[in-house]
Design a protein. Structure first.
Length: 320
C-alpha cells in the first residue's frame, strides 16, 4: 500500500503498491495542507502546517488521535524507528527535531536537535533514520545533516551544495536525496557523504517525497502531480507515471500490509487424473493483494491419492 499526501487538496490518497492503481484517492480528507507521512504499526502519522501531528488508522482511514503530537510550529518531516517517532519543526527559532513515543505521542525530548542556521537551517524538511543516525534535509542551506538518534551532532553538512533538498531515504550504505530545484534524485555514500551519482534519476518535475520498497524507488513529482517508479539500484525508469491525478503531492510512504487471509481459486470441476491449476493470493482484510507477503504456502487435500505441488512462496503475493 502506498499513501501520498496531497497538500493542495487536503487529502491522503491510497494506492496499490504493485500497480499504482487508485484504491481511494481521498482515503483521508479534511487535513489542511498535509505534508509528511510515516507509518507506525497500523497507524498513519501525518504532519501539516501549524497543526498537531494527526494519527489515522491505515486500514480504514479513521481518525485515531487529532493531537497525537501537539504542534510546535511548521511540522514537516516525520520518521518512525522502532518505538520512537522523530519530528522536524521549522519556522520556529531555533528549528528543532524532537523524539516522541510512537505509541502515545508523549515527548521524550522535544529539543533532541536544535539550532537554526548552521545546524539545521531554518527549514529542515524530511528525515531518514538508519541505525543510530538521523539524516535531515535542509531546504534553505542546501545541505543534509547527520545527527545521532541520541541527539549528538555528527556532521551538520554531511552533504552540501544541494539545490532545494526535500525527500531523503537510506538504503544500506547509500543515501538518496531529491533536489527539487535541479529536478533530480542524487545518490551519496551515507557514511562519508561522497557523491556516487549526482544524477541518479533526472528529468523530474520538482521532486519532493521519496520512498523505497524492495528494489523499487517511488519519487513524487510536485509539478506534474504524479509519482514515478524507478529501479532502486540503477535509477532506471520503470513507470514515470506510476500514480497520476494527484494535487500538490509531497510526502509518500509505503505501508506493509498485514495479511488477513489466503484466497484460493481453482476450477469448479475437474477430470479425475488430469492436473489443474490452483492460484493462491495473499490478501488483506479488504481483499486487496499483499505483494510483500513472504510466507510459504502448502496445498493439502483430503484425497489420499491426490498428487500435490511442493510448498512454495507467493511472488508479489500471488502463486499458481
Amino acid at each position: 500500500m502506498i499513501f501520498v499526501a496531497n497538500t493542495n487538496a487536503g487529502t491522503i490518497g491510497e494506492y496499490d503498491a504493485t500497480t499504482g492503481a487508485v484504491i481511494n484517492a481521498s482515503f483521508i480528507s479534511g487535513v489542511p495542507q498535509p505534508y509528511g507521512l510515516a507509518v507506525s504499526g497500523s497507524n498513519l502519522l501525518v504532519t501539516s502546517t501549524l497543526r498537531p501531528v494527526e494519527e489515522f488508522d491505515t486500514n480504514t482511514g479513521a481518525l485515531v488521535d487529532a493531537s497525537f503530537i501537539p504542534g510546535l510550529g511548521y511540522n514537516a518531516g516525520i520518521a518512525v524507528s522502532g518505538s520512537i517517532v522523530y519530528l522536524s519543526t521549522a519556522s520556529v527559532a531555533p528549528a528543532i527535531i524532537g523524539d516522541y513515543d510512537a505509541t502515545t505521542g508523549v515527548a521524550i525530548n522535544k529539543f533532541l536537535v536544535y539550532g537554526s542556521g548552521g545546524v539545521l537551517g531554518f527549514y529542515p524538511e524530511f528525515i531518514a533514520v538508519s541505525g543510530s543516525s538521523l539524516y535531515v534535509s535542509n531546504f534553505d542551506t542546501g545541505t543534509v545533516g547527520e545527527f545521532g538518534t541520541n541527539g549528538t551532532y555528527i556532521n551538520f553538512t554531511l552533504i552540501s551544495g544541494l539545490s532545494g533538498p526535500y525527500g531523503i531515504v537510506v538504503s544500506g550504505s547509500d543515501l538518496f536525496i531529491s533536489n527539487s530545484r535541479a529536478n533530480k534524485v542524487a545518490e551519496y555514500n551515507a557514511t562519508t557523504g561522497t557523491v556516487i551519482n549526482a544524477s541518479f534519476i533526472s528529468g523530474l518535475q520538482t521532486p519532493t517525497g521519496i520512498a523505497l520498497s524492495g528494489s523499487r524507488m517511488f519519487v513524487v513529482n510536485y509539478l506534474t502531480n504524479s509519482v514515478g517508479e524507478y529501479d532502486a539500484t540503477t535509477g532506471a525508469v520503470i513507470n514515470a507515471s506510476f500514480i497520476t491525478g494527484l494535487s500538490g503531492p509531497n510526502g509518500i510512504v509505503v505501508a506493509s500490509i498485514p495479511v488477513d487471509h489466503l484466497a484460493v481459486s481453482a476450477p469448479s470441476s475437474a477430470t479425475a487424473g488430469t492436473a489443474f491449476d490452483v492460484t493462491v493470493t495473499a490478501q488483506d482484510a479488504s481483499n486487496i493483494t499483499v505483494p510483500t507477503y513472504s510466507g510459504t504456502v502448502a496445498i493439502t487435500s483430503t484425497d489420499g491419492a491426490a498428487v500435490l505441488p511442493p510448498d512454495a512462496s507467493l511472488p508479489s503475493g500471488v502463486g499458481t
